[in-house]
Design a protein around this ligand. Structure first.
Ligand SMILES: Cc1cc2nc3c(=O)[nH]c(=O)nc-3n(C[C@H](O)[C@H](O)[C@H](O)COP(=O)(O)O)c2cc1C
Length: 220
C-alpha cells in the first residue's frame, strides 16, 4: 500500500467484525510498531495483545462505565450541544462521534483483538504515541481497522488488575487500541485544512498556500 493512502485513510474505525485477526497479521503490526522512535531510543514501552474472551468481556464492562463518565465530565458541554437540535458543525460532528463511540461501548467485547500500549518515564507521551500510530498505520496496511482509546484511564487500577500489570513499576497505560476487520469502507479523514492551522516564520503569519482539498484521494 502507498504510504500516503495509509496516512490519509487511517482513522477511528470503531465498527468492526468479530472475525479473528490471524497471527501473522498481528506479528506484522507489532513488528512495525516497535520500529518507531522513542526519546534516546529508550524503548521504555510494553505492548499487550488481548484476545481472551473473558478478559475482553471484563474490559468491555469497564469501557462502558468509562465512556459514561467521559460524557458526564470532560465532554459534558459538547454532549449538551449535541443533544440539542443545534446545526452547528461541531454539534453535528459530535453526534456522529457519540454514535460511533456508542457502537464501541455496546460491542467492546466483540473486538477480536485489543492492543494495549504502556510506557514509563515519558510524561509527555511523546515516546509512545509514534509507536501507537505506527501500529495503526501497519494495521491499515493489512486492512485491519483500529481506533485509539484512552478512556480506560478512568478505571486504571481495575484495568491493570485484569491485565496483571504491576502497579509499582512505573508503567502508565497510554492507550488501548481495539482492532478488527471493518464493516464499512475506508475514507479520507476530514480535518481543518493546513492553511487554517499552519503558519510560516512568525506565529499567525500566512503559511503561503491554500489547500482546499486533500492532496491525496482514492482516485489519485
Ligand atoms: C490521545 C487520543 C485519545 C483518544 N481517546 C479516545 C477514546 O477514549 N475513545 C474513543 O472512542 N476514541 C478516542 N480517540 C479517537 C478520536 O476520537 C478520533 O481520532 C477523532 O475523533 C478523529 O476521528 P477520525 O480519524 O475518524 O476522523 C482518541 C484519539 C487520541 C489521539
Amino acid at each position: 500500500m502507498d504510504i500516503r493512502e495509509a496516512l490519509y485513510t487511517t482513522r477511528a474505525m470503531r465498527r468492526v467484525k468479530p472475525d479473528p485477526i490471524p497471527e501473522d497479521v498481528q506479528m506484522r503490526i507489532l513488528d512495525a510498531a516497535i520500529r518507531a522512535p522513542s526519546g534516546g531510543n529508550n524503548q521504555n514501552w510494553r505492548f499487550m495483545l488481548v484476545d481472551d474472551p473473558a478478559k475482553r468481556e471484563q474490559l468491555g464492562e469497564l469501557y462502558k462505565v468509562c465512556i459514561d463518565l467521559l460524557w458526564a465530565t470532560i465532554y459534558k458541554d459538547k454532549m449538551d450541544d449535541a443533544e440539542s437540535d443545534s446545526t452547528d458543525p461541531e454539534a453535528v460532528q459530535m453526534r456522529k462521534i457519540i454514535k460511533s463511540v456508542g457502537w464501541a461501548q455496546d460491542n467492546f467485547a466483540s473486538y477480536p483483538l485489543l492492543l494495549f500500549a504502556f510506557d514509563r518515564n515519558d510524561s509527555s507521551g511523546g515516546s509512545i504515541f509514534p509507536a501507537i500510530w505506527s501500529a495503526m498505520l501497519a494495521a491499515r496496511a493489512e486492512d485491519v481497522g483500529s481506533s485509539l482509546t484512552s478512556v480506560l484511564a478512568f478505571k486504571n487500577s481495575e484495568t491493570f488488575e485484569i491485565l496483571g500489570v504491576p502497579e509499582d513499576k512505573g508503567w502508565k497505560m497510554a492507550a488501548c487500541i481495539p482492532m478488527g476487520y471493518p464493516t464499512g469502507t475506508w475514507g479520507v479523514a476530514e480535518r481543518d485544512p493546513v492553511h487554517e492551522v499552519a503558519y510560516r516564520n512568525t506565529w499567525g503569519d500566512d503559511v503561503g498556500f491554500v489547500i482546499d482539498e486533500p492532496l491525496w484521494s482514492p482516485e489519485s
